[in-house]
Write a protein that binds this ligand. Structure first.
Ligand SMILES: Nc1ncnc2c1ncn2[C@@H]1O[C@H](COP(=O)(O)OP(=O)(O)OP(=O)(O)O)[C@@H](O)[C@H]1O
Length: 317
């Protein structure tokens, strides 16, 4: 390789964390996955949604080389999904998890570090158990763990070897609300550390809170995909206001398109919001004498959108 070529390659953007094209899998007469293509960028959090039996877990297993596709290709972090070097940089929490009941939580983690061939100090392993809320239970045998505690351990196993990509198959199915909030925080901190996450979850609110993009599967096919803004449309703000004069109307119009129904004003929000837009608007409205009775975000929820897409699919087929 010439020095120039090496330099050019070094400046290329890194390959996506997940790339797959035309994945298909048939089990006897059932087409479980039918021509699925998707991508997860580096540091991106992508949610995989869809009804029971839509093919989500089968797609995940094909990405991880655990199920052989009938057709299609899959790459993880720029390498074929079947390449052990690619798998070594991927953390995976399976939908059905079971860990050796005779080992302690710390021993399970140490075992997985050895299997991954990673150099992770025991202090780091301990802090990984702390992260998932098992710090106090590190020396307890897994056989005595509740299902939720085993799922937390599974998350620690997925994270311990500092993966560049984490694939979580229903990571909160056994967790209480606090545990679900913990997982949300963990996913958000992974994203801020530049770790890509593919998240399969039936908890739509969870997906809506943490995911940059969503892929909706139905009957083994991609029924819709896109960013939340693309799938859900523009965000809006609904305000109940009285004593609205011309100045206030101009201030509202400076934010976006305004519509009005009685005391309720709906204002389209711009795509970029530094977090100051709403408080600034409320302050300015109050300053010109407007009485602000209510301010609420308005947008169709991901759940409504998902149901709409799935029902349209049923009508079509
Ligand atoms: N090992 C298998 N043998 C036979 N059929 C299978 C197998 N694994 C999956 N399937 C079938 O493939 C289809 C997709 O299953 P998959 O588990 O991928 O769906 P899913 O979207 O993950 O569902 P859920 O939300 O219920 O977990 C289903 O019809 C299922 O019965």
């Amino acid at each position: 390789m010439t020095a120039e070529l090496a330099r050019q390659i070094a400046t290329l953007p890194p390959a996506p964390a997940v790339w797959c094209s035309g994945l298909r899998k048939r089990y006897r007469r059932r087409q479980a996955v039918d021509d699925v293509s998707l991508e997860v960028g580096r540091g991106e959090v992508v949610g995989l949604l869809g009804p029971n039996g839509a093919g989500k877990t089968t797609v995940i297993k094909m990405l991880l080389g655990l199920v052989q596709p009938d057709a299609g290709e899959a790459m993880l972090l720029g390498r074929p999904a079947t390449d052990p070097a690619a798998r070594a940089a991927v953390g995976y929490l399976p939908e059905l998890f079971r860990y050796q009941p005779w080992l302690t939580a710390a021993e399970v983690l140490a075992l997985h570090v050895r299997l991954a061939g990673a150099a992770v100090s025991s202090a780091e392993q301990r802090s990984c158990l702390d992260l998932v809320g098992l710090g106090e239970r590190a020396r307890d045998r897994v056989g005595g763990f509740s299902k939720g505690m085993q799922q937390r351990l599974g998350l620690a196993v997925a994270l311990v070897a500092r993966p560049a990509l984490v694939i979580l198959d229903e990571p909160t199915s056994a967790l209480d609300p606090l545990g679900r909030a913990d997982v949300r925080d963990i996913v958000l901190s992974l994203r801020s550390d530049g770790v890509a996450v593919l998240l399969n979850s039936h908890l739509i609110g969870e997906v809506e809170r943490v995911c940059d993009r969503v892929v909706i599967l139905d009957h083994g096919r991609v029924a819709a995909s896109g960013t939340l803004a693309e799938l859900l449309g523009q965000r809006e703000l609904r305000l109940r206001l009285t004593s609205v004069g011309a100045e206030a109307e101009a201030r509202l119009a400076a934010v976006g398109v305004v519509s009005r129904e009685g005391e309720w004003f709906t204002v389209g929000l711009p795509g970029v919001d530094d977090g100051e837009l709403v408080p600034d608007l409320v302050r300015d409205l109050a300053a010109v004498g407007v009485r602000v009775h209510a301010v609420e975000p308005a947008r169709i929820s991901l759940e409504e959108r998902l149901l709409g897409i799935l029902r349209a699919g049923q009508d079509g087929g």
